[in-house]
Ligand binder design. Structure first.
Ligand code: TRP
Ligand code: SF4
Length: 461
């Protein structure tokens, strides 16, 4: 199985995706760290993560962390897209700084759009709707990929380090893939990592995305590792030691000095208690009983920050990003959400209007599509009353789950009534239609109120 970020596959079996790609499950242990976890986290719509622990550490310790995500401006925004926006907005209240990318380069590469078209869709659909959904312009900013020089510069840097077979294996690229398309993942890796080259330096970054983006996350995590001189090796067994190791042999002594300074600052042993081995470029820092996984994660961030500092010194005072080999990136963390099922049963897709409800859809059209939707209902009302229907196979139930249920108790009620046969699809759709029309109406009002903010929230570069 391969995940194709530009394909149209529908992922039904999320447990299998997790197992096959090593995505971890996302549950109360993870979202419990937030003060008021968003319903998409609580309801399991966000079902998996990579390396979320780093973010949880930062939230708990009130350390800096960031949220970075992006949107390819492909067409009108539908209810499926609204999810990432809502998650981002929820994190805005949890102390993260936000970095939001408008992927104009990707739209040109993958969809063949002109830049003008990509920009028009980006502003009218993504930026404006994000504001209407509640994004606070005071602490958020959108930027265009093609305009941000730091992103372009990083992408060129990464292009020096990534080879064709890696991209072939990750994306199934072949001889007929256009070169712009090949560049798109490099630009996305640059999007994801560029917050860490600002004045605040390396730090945990959460990337909330749909699971189709996982290949980009894996690529970017590898790119981040490649920017590091120092790595942490866990103990091989109970008697083993945690080790900080220098990668490569050049200047190993100097980088071990960097490591020791950080270890001192973190309070991880002393120069005499630690065992430093210069010829091997390693320093042993303690056993499993002395150093926890959380200590090791904190150490990794601290090492990254020190490595970026040292890399800057090495490159000289004139700090051109491109002159620096060692950037000390902390590998990004990611959460993955499920996709919405379309109203006709397949994927909800902006290119197929009958499958989607758009945020700027006229109410009458939305209601008509909802009425025509497939359901998890039975062939006859009599049968449905007798054996109940199947909410987990029903796109209308999904609408309640993702967007319409006012609270978790309401959602549980819909589920119970549906599966026990107390609820029939006609009435259920009528109730959903009322809620949906309310949602669309209030969205329209919010769009009117926020129209003037659109230019303000887009960066000038
Ligand atoms: N590829 C993403 C999409 O198809 C858009 C994107 C660009 C992105 N850069 C990003 C997503 C950085 C997350 C992080 O919508
Ligand atoms: Fe779907 Fe509602 Fe019918 Fe249940 S009753 S199958 S949730 S439309």
């Amino acid at each position: 199985m391969q995940i194709d970020p530009w394909g149209s596959s529908q992922y039904q079996d999320y447990a299998r995706l997790r197992d096959e790609f090593g995505i971890a499950g996302f549950g109360a242990d993870e979202w419990g760290v937030f003060r008021s976890p968003h319903r998409l986290l609580r309801r399991g719509v966000v079902f998996g993560h990579r390396d979320f622990e780093r973010v949880a550490d930062a939230v708990r310790g009130k350390d800096p962390w960031s949220v970075m995500t992006g949107f390819m401006p492909s067409g009108d925004l539908h209810m499926g897209h609204k999810m990432v926006l809502e998650q981002v907005i929820a994190h805005q209240g949890e102390g993260a700084d936000l970095h939001l990318c408008l992927a104009d380069f990707e739209a040109m590469a993958a969809r063949g759009f002109t830049q003008e078209k990509a920009h028009r869709i980006a502003l009218d659909q993504y930026v404006h709707n994000a504001l209407a959904v509640g994004l606070d312009p005071a602490t958020a900013e959108f930027y265009f990929q093609t305009r941000r020089e730091r992103v372009q510069e990083l992408a060129r840097r990464f292009a020096q380090r990534i080879n064709w077979s890696t991209l072939q294996a990750l994306y199934g690229f072949g001889g007929d893939t256009s070169i712009a398309h090949v560049l798109a993942p490099l630009v996305q890796a640059a999007d994801i990592l560029h917050p860490q080259v600002d004045e605040r330096g390396p730090r945990p970054v959460l990337v909330p995305v749909g699971v189709d983006q996982d290949p980009h996350i894996r690529l970017t995590r590898d790119v981040a590792q490649d920017s590091r001189r120092l790595g942490i090796l866990p103990p091989a067994d109970e008697k083993g030691q945690w080790i900080v190791a220098v990668k490569g042999s050049d200047d190993a002594r100097r980088w071990l000095d960097v490591a020791e300074r950080v270890l001192d600052a973190q309070g991880l042993g002393t120069r005499t208690s630690r065992k430093r081995n210069d010829p091997h470029g390693q320093v042993a820092i303690g056993g499993a009983s002395q150093i926890t996984r959380a200590d090791a994660r904190a150490l990794d961030v601290a090492l990254g920050r020190a490595e970026a500092e040292e890399g800057r010194r090495e490159a000289g005072a004139e700090d051109r990003l491109s002159a620096r080999r060692w950037l000390g990136f902390v590998p990004p963390s990611a959460t993955f959400h499920r996709f919405m099922t379309g109203l006709q049963g397949g994927k909800m897709s902006s290119s197929k209007p009958e499958t989607s409800i758009y945020l700027t859809e006229p109410p009458a059209a939305a209601e008509k599509k909802l009425r025509a939707s497939v359901t998890g209902g039975r062939a006859t009302a009599e049968e449905q009353r007798r054996i109940g229907a199947e909410p987990l196979k029903c796109p209308v139930y999904e609408l309640y789950l993702y967007h319409l249920a006012k609270d978790d108790a309401h959602l549980a009620q819909v589920f119970d009534e549906c599966s026990t046969g107390k609820r029939l699809c006609g009435g259920c759709k009528a109730e959903a239609a009322v809620l949906l029309l309310e949602l669309l109406k209030s969205h329209k009002e919010k769009r009117d109120e926020t129209a003037h903010l659109v230019p303000q929230i887009v960066a000038n570069d």
